[in-house]
Design a protein around this ligand. Structure first.
Ligand code: NAP
Length: 310
């Protein structure tokens, strides 16, 4: 029976890097029976041992080359800066007709780093699931991570549409909504929706940390409201985010420039007592929040739907 006939999208899938995204993919693939066998590889013995202990992947291999041998789909789930070297290492043993994809948060850089190593007869379909948490590592994944979230496919020029369609079926099977986007547009959109907000959160938490020396523990004690969300975002993996800013430089600097201009305008409105400016601005931003909730991408439940600790 072929993979497609029994509900499987791929016979064998290899996950390279076994952190939050790879482990969530594994559990989501298992939940829906999307792959015959899933192999996995992580560079450290410690992560491989943890993966074996918790049953993450059907088979954990001690080398990336072993993991990708005979795979129909290989997904690179390592930090953006590591994608090129990993691809170079696995290239010689890829099966003809296989597809290589990735989940990196930046797309132009990944394409430039990975594509030169893609062998003749192997497809390359970059992707980016817009879902995550501030947690990392093999134990942080869960099957529901991608449910009702967007996953963006960024096929490179000349990609076989059948390879893209098959990857789309996998992401849809894992619960995601799928769209296709050009790499540069992706990087600009993500600079607005994810990368620059992370930088702002890192900055705000850094400022509060400086303040804490002055005000003792008040910053932590009274951080129940908005600041707590900043601290959650600022707890994200330092390696991943270092790589995001180093590889999505232009778009992030462009958005950061605009952000700084707006911040100065608000600063001026506060200094000059221009309440109308502040009110108009906040009315506009409130409408954006409503739009996000109406699109089903967040909840307006009290405290953002968090379960309250007694
Ligand atoms: P993670 O939980 O930190 O796991 C990263 C994995 O990559 C680990 O298995 C790690 O191996 C391996 N790794 C780290 N540096 C490496 C290197 N230099 N060479 C080879 N392997 C290396 O990361 P993640 O959150 O799953 O993120 C993986 C990718 O998904 C990144 O490209 C990120 O941009 C993207 N992404 C993340 C999110 C998010 O919210 N976290 C959302 C969407 C996309 P060891 O454990 O052995 O160190």
């Amino acid at each position: 029976m072929s993979s497609q006939e029994n509900g499987q999208v791929y016979g064998r899938v290899a996950l390279i890097g076994l952190g939050l995204i790879a482990s969530s993919m594994f559990w989501a693939m298992k939940r829906a029976g999307l792959a015959g066998e899933v192999t996995g590889y992580a560079r450290s013995e410690e992560t491989r041992a943890t993966a074996r202990k918790i049953g993450l992947c059907d088979r954990v291999c001690d080398s990336a080359r072993d993991a990708v041998k005979d795979a129909d789909l290989v997904v690179l789930c390592v930090p953006v800066g590591a994608m090129g070297p990993v691809m170079e290492e696995i290239a010689p043993v890829l099966k003809p007709g296989a597809t290589v994809s990735d989940v990196g948060s930046v797309k132009r850089h990944v394409i430039e780093a990975v594509q030169p190593h893609i062998p003749e007869g192997v497809h390359f379909v970059p992707a980016h699931p817009l879902a995550g948490t501030e947690h990392s590592g093999p134990e942080s994944g869960f099957a529901e991570l991608f449910d009702n979230r967007w996953s963006l496919l960024v096929p490179v020029e000349g990609t076989d549409p059948a390879a893209t369609a098959r990857l789309r079926a996998l992401w849809e099977g894992m619960g995601a909504n799928v769209d296709e986007m050009d790499a540069d547009h992706h990087d600009l959109v993500l600079a607005v929706t994810s990368h620059t907000p992370h930088l702002i959160a890192y900055t705000m938490v850094g400022v509060a940390d400086d303040l804490r020396r002055v005000t003792d523990s008040e910053v932590i004690k009274y951080s129940a409201a908005g600041f707590r969300d900043f601290t959650r975002i600022a707890a994200s993996d330092p390696t991943m985010w270092r790589d995001v800013f180093l590889t999505n430089k232009d778009a992030t600097l462009e958005i950061l420039g605009r952000f700084t201009e707006e911040l100065f305008a608000l600063q001026r409105a506060i200094r000059t007592g221009d309440g109308a400016h502040l009110h108009d601005y906040f009315t506009r931003t409130r409408a954006i929040r409503r739009g996000i909730i109406e699109a089903g991408q967040d909840t307006d439940a009290p405290d953002f739907g968090r379960v309250q600790k007694k």
